[in-house]
Ligand binder design. Structure first.
Ligand SMILES: Nc1nc2c(ncn2[C@@H]2O[C@H](COP(=O)(O)OP(=O)(O)OP(=O)(O)O)[C@@H](O)[C@H]2O)c(=O)[nH]1
Length: 665
């Protein structure tokens, strides 16, 4: 396999360079100097084996009793990926070394931002009391916007390692993740990390865990994932306290649940499956229970963390398969695979993620629509929490209305579109999913029911026919030092929230639970909370249904022309203040044009706010007296490049980022 790849790369070096640029870290023009590591980099990032490492694993002899499937869960930055690195090292999956930093954070966006956005799996072999165990580890993201990755991963596990930072103690996402694991009936191994820090207080963190989660303080592992201190005790606890997947049956017909998948340009869709019953090997013909299509399996294997082929995958194990599945829509997460000719009951699959924010996503130019369509299809295969609907706009042309789990999720998704699929996009102002009850909807052709969902300003109905508007609410959990309790309460009230409880989790910190409108939370609540509490408070939220509200559509006009893409749905009491803020922000971010621009915010034809951008002719060559022509060309080229990144709306050039910026307070 590696040799074939090598010959191919030598024959077609242009393609090779392209691949490497996609991997970006290894992009280089110097083909001759780089051919060996180029092959390695292609291998690493696309999952194949490096040369010489191709050995087929046989894991069929490891019984269910010696198999453990577990996730590492924690608040953001408490050290999940660092612990995963140490576990990979201890089990010999990767060799110990300086270069092993967050090995499972393989996406470029993860490395750039230093956060995990995608759950990653690795199979480890570990000998305990003279017996070999197969441990399937899933490293999960910590940020609330990626909680769908956590809940999906937990379905493939029988237990979790719950990690708490010894310095910061229990945080809001720790509480949310604990309840996710607890309600899924999973065994919990409690671990306090970062005990090496100067101001670490593991006793305080353990006391908090005991108080909130009722865990046995003597069983909490105290570790430093960074230095490797006591990490072995985590592996022992995983083996002793997490049960094996005993509900799996190896002698039953095959049932394999797809719980992740990704697109490989050579191998097509690569599903990652949890084999629940039976076994799966190369040569088997499998059927998708969703599409009914059948495929011949070419290869099965384990992630270590690269793809490593195996003779077979047995019930209780987690691994990938290659079956020449060509289109991204064929291997959907939640699908059950079974052997052709056998009849089985499909597995329950996954609850679909409920989008928290919607935004229009459009190509920079309409000729890129087919590319963007295929990029969105391939990326949503790897991120199944994104919902997709086709939409079109007068100014931006054909595009898509995508549903995300939060603004960070939206940001990461659009960054991945650009980095992994070279698709640059314009994103319109995000909006939460509102609802409206319509008078006499039966008589209005375009409404099918009494209640409609409003996922963006373009869908906002005429207020005359609406009997009631409803907005999505969330139950927020805030953990804050008690010195900031008053400030936090004031912030919650300012954001139209109402506090339902406040619990002391120790002598210094309070956990506040409050119901708040999602629209008030989603944009910048966390930033504001962090700055109010000098970074000490943490925040997490969960869905809390809908409540009646009063909404208006704030229309933004540029030189008198309404711009749907910049319009917003707002709480009526906030229309004027948001209108003013949006006009001011637009005035700052719209570059001065050849003519003056009037920016207005209006509700139902009534102008509530206005700002102006004065006219200007930008002569980039103004300071270039005589001189070299290449210098002038460079300046003009830079100006043209800048213009390309703008979107022309109502004859006005608007920078791409403006659409999201208008929402910030
Ligand atoms: N001093 C010290 N630092 C640690 C330890 N474990 C992790 N860190 C540091 O904490 C930071 C966050 O670590 P990560 O492993 O990325 O945390 P994470 O929980 O995976 O982060 P997300 O996946 O983004 O939620 C990094 O700078 C690590 O080097 C530890 O035991 N001691």
């Amino acid at each position: 396999m590696a040799l074939r790849g090598f010959q191919f790369l030598q024959r077609d070096w242009k393609k090779t360079k392209l691949i490497c640029e996609l991997c970006s870290q290894h992009g280089s023009n110097k083909w001759l100097n780089h051919k060996s590591y180029r092959l390695l980099s292609v291998s690493r990032s696309h999952g194949a084996r490096p040369p010489g490492a191709a050995e087929t694993l046989d894991v069929s002899h490891i019984p269910l009793e010696r198999t453990r499937n577990f996730s590492i869960i924690a608040h953001i930055d408490h050290g999940k990926s660092t612990l995963a690195d140490r576990l990979l090292e201890i089990t010999g999956t990767i060799s110990p070394g300086e270069g092993n930093k967050q090995v499972l954070d393989r996406l470029q966006v993860e490395q750039e931002r230093g956060i995990t956005v995608k759950a990653q799996t690795a199979s480890l072999f570990y000998t305990h009391n003279g017996e070999e165990y197969l441990l399937n580890l899933i490293d999960t993201p910590g940020h609330v916007d990626f909680s769908y990755e956590v809940s999906r991963s937990l379905q493939a596990c029988q237990g979790v390692v719950l990690l708490v930072d010894a310095n910061k103690g229990v945080q809001a996402q720790t509480v949310a993740n604990f309840f996710l694991a607890f309600t899924s009936d999973l065994a919990i191994v409690s671990v306090v990390n970062k005990i090496d820090l100067k101001n670490a207080d593991p006793d305080r963190a353990i006391a908090q865990m005991q108080r909130l989660f009722d865990c046995d303080p003597d069983k909490v592992c105290r570790i430093s994932a960074k230095l490797g201190t006591n990490v072995q005790s985590v592996l022992t606890a995983v083996i002793e306290d997490i049960p094996p997947p005993s509900q799996c049956r190896r002698d039953e017909p095959l049932r394999a649940l797809i719980f992740d998948s990704w697109f490989d340009r050579y191998k097509g869709c690569v599903p990652l499956v949890a084999v629940v019953d039976g076994q799966l090997a190369a040569g088997d013909v499998i059927v998708s229970s969703q599409s009914g299509q059948s495929y011949e399996v070419r290869e099965v294997g384990l992630l270590r963390p690269q793809e490593t082929p195996a003779t077979q995958l047995c019930a209780g194990q987690v691994g990938y398969l290659h079956a020449n599945i060509r289109t991204a829509t064929e291997a959907q997460v939640g699908d059950t695979l079974y052997l052709k000719g056998q009849s089985v009951t499909p597995l329950a699959g996954f609850r679909r993620a409920k989008p928290m924010v919607y935004a229009g996503v459009y190509p920079m130019d309409q000729s890129q629509v087919p590319n963007l369509r295929s990029a969105i299809e391939r990326l949503t295969l790897n991120d199944s929490s994104v919902s997709v609907q086709v939409e079109s706009s007068a100014a931006l042309g054909q595009g898509w209305r995508l549903g995300f789990l939060g603004l960070l999720h939206m940001d990461v998704f659009t960054q991945r579109l650009q980095q992994e699929y070279d698709s640059e996009v314009v994103v319109t102002s995000p909006s939460v999913p509102y609802k409206a009850k319509i008078f006499g909807a039966k008589n209005i052709k375009k409404y099918r029911g009494d209640e409609i969902e409003i996922n963006g300003p373009a869908q906002f109905p005429d207020v005359m026919i609406v009997s009631e508007f409803m907005e999505p609410m969330v139950m927020g959990t805030i953990i804050t030092p008690d010195a900031y309790f008053g400030a936090v309460q004031a912030l919650v009230m300012e954001r139209r929230g109402h506090q339902s409880e406040a619990t002391n989790i120790d002598n210094e910190r309070i956990m506040v639970r409050a119901t708040m409108p999602l629209s008030e939370v989603v944009v910048d609540f966390y930033d504001e909370l962090k700055s109010l509490t000098s970074g000490y408070a943490s925040f997490d939220y969960e869905d809390a249904g809908y409540e009646t509200t009063n909404l208006s559509k704030l229309v933004i006009l540029l030189n008198g022309e309404p711009v749907e893409e910049l319009s917003l749905i707002v709480h009526t009491s906030r229309a004027r203040s948001i209108g003013r803020a949006v006009c001011a922000r637009l005035a700052e971010s719209i570059p001065r044009q050849m003519f003056s621009v009037a920016i207005q915010a209006a509700v139902g034809g009534k102008i509530l706010a206005r700002a102006d951008v004065k006219a200007l002719k930008k002569d980039v060559l103004a300071k270039c007296y005589g001189g070299d022509i290449s210098r002038k060309m460079k300046l003009l080229k830079r100006q043209a490049e800048g213009k390309r990144r703008m979107k022309r709306i109502a004859n006005i050039d608007i920078p791409r980022e403006t659409f999201v910026k208008v929402l910030k307070r």
